[in-house]
Design a protein around this ligand. Structure first.
Ligand SMILES: NC(=O)c1ccc[n+]([C@@H]2O[C@H](COP(=O)([O-])OP(=O)(O)OC[C@H]3O[C@@H](n4cnc5c(N)ncnc54)[C@H](O)[C@@H]3O)[C@@H](O)[C@H]2O)c1
Length: 360
């Protein structure tokens, strides 16, 4: 059965991977609702934007009237809500936008979705789903191997781990997750939530660690690493995340939460060294790229370790990641080498330039 799926934030890093997957690999129709902030880029969608199954609406999720217009005119069967402010460092510098988009925007979308859902006839109403896309950062951080006795089993985030967000970004996402769950409990709006670990891959805005390290390495600039670089993240290739999200949107059980992760726990410094050695291999120069690594003062409140237990989505929906970290990071480095046009346009446009290559 073909559905109409409204994707918010479809011009962003993960949203554009979801839209490309829906258009290229399924028969579903996509409406991309995006405000086009500095992080939104329609160039990430050129491969699918001429499809008859694709439409774009430049709309702010905080604008209730515009959201209402889009819902009523396209009559979606499913909403996949990815639109957000997503960069932790920006949330520390200026939390206001994060509260506005992630909390007020999600509230606005929920209210408009509820009003729209109440107008639907029984079959369409029964099948409707609101899928909220969130992060593992809502759970706070986990013990680091350096902090525990050798041989101690290290815990993972499960769907029942209590929320303990550390940054304005993760607190705003935690708030939005809880709003979504309360709209199910109070108003019976059929919602689902997913919480995912750090993503990497093509079309990633170069303020985040992996694309920034690749581009700074190529430009001969310093490769900034926070603190000792021993913070651990569980990396997932963005196309594996996009497949998981579409699977949850179509087959997930209403009211459930699914954690999504790649079983790839890596210290930031290991990630930077891996990128440097791939570049040494595919684009060698006189000196080693790792000589450009520079340690800088750590971020305030920096979480030390994130790691996901993804066994529920694997068991219940049959999802597994296709990429290992080694295969995905090589593909990513090669993508940036082969897609200079995309990242040059991003850098020439709105890129702020001074940001560290931080991970969430
Ligand atoms: N990047 C990660 O590693 C990661 C991991 C887990 C979960 N997430 C979540 O996934 C979602 C997408 O993340 P991303 O990395 O693709 O983010 P991104 O910053 O690359 O893209 C966000 C998109 O949302 C749009 N947007 C922002 N404010 C908007 C508004 N008010 N109205 C409409 N559109 C707006 C932007 O224009 C952009 O296209 C976010 O909700 C994020 O919290 C991200």
């Amino acid at each position: 059965m073909s559905n109409t799926i409204l994707v918010t934030g479809g011009a962003g890093f993960i949203g554009s991977a979801v839209v490309r997957h829906l258009i290229n690999d399924t028969g579903h129709t996509v409406v991309n609702l995006d405000k086009l902030t500095y992080a939104g880029n329609l160039e990430s969608l050129t491969s699918v934007s001429s499809s008859e199954r694709y439409s774009f609406e430049q709309v702010d999720i905080c604008d209730a009237d515009e959201v209402k217009r889009v819902l009523n005119s396209y009559q979606p069967d499913i909403i996949m809500h990815l639109a957000a402010e997503s960069h932790v460092d920006r949330s520390i510098d200026g939390p206001g936008e994060f509260i506005q988009t992630n909390v007020v925007g999600t509230y606005t979308l929920l209210e408009q979705a509820r009003a729209y859902w109440n107008t639907l006839q029984s079959d369409k109403k029964d099948g409707f789903k609101f899928h909220h896309i969130s992060t593992d950062e809502v759970y706070g951080d986990l013990p680091h191997p350096d902090e525990v006795e050798p041989g101690t089993a290290l815990p993972l985030f499960t769907e029942t781990t209590p929320y303990a967000p550390s940054s304005p970004y993760s607190a705003s996402k935690a708030s939005s997750d809880q709003l979504v769950r309360s709209w199910l409990r109070t108003y019976k709006l059929p919602t689902l939530v997913t919480n995912c670990s750090n993503n990497y891959g093509p079309y990633h805005f170069p303020e985040k660690l992996i694309p920034l390290v690749i581009l700074n390495a190529l430009a001969g600039k310093p490769l900034p690493v926070y603190g000792k670089g021993n913070q651990i993240r569980d990396w997932l290739y963005v196309e594996d995340h996009a497949r998981a999200l579409v699977l949850v949107a179509l087959e997930g059980k209403i009211g459930e939460t699914y954690n999504i992760g790649g079983h790839n726990e890596k210290q930031n410094i290991e990630v930077v060294h891996t990128i440097c050695s791939i570049l040494d291999d595919v684009k060698p120069k006189e000196s080693k790229y790792a000589e450009q690594i520079t340690y800088v003062q750590d971020r305030p409140g920096h979480d030390m370790r994130y790691a996901i237990d993804a066994s529920k989505i694997e068991r219940e929906l049959g999802w597994t990641p296709k990429e290992t970290f080694e295969s995905g990071i090589r593909k990513t480095v090669e993508w940036y080498l082969n897609n200079e046009g995309w990242w040059k346009a991003v850098l020439d446009g709105s890129y702020q330039g001074e940001r560290l290559g931080s991970v969430s």
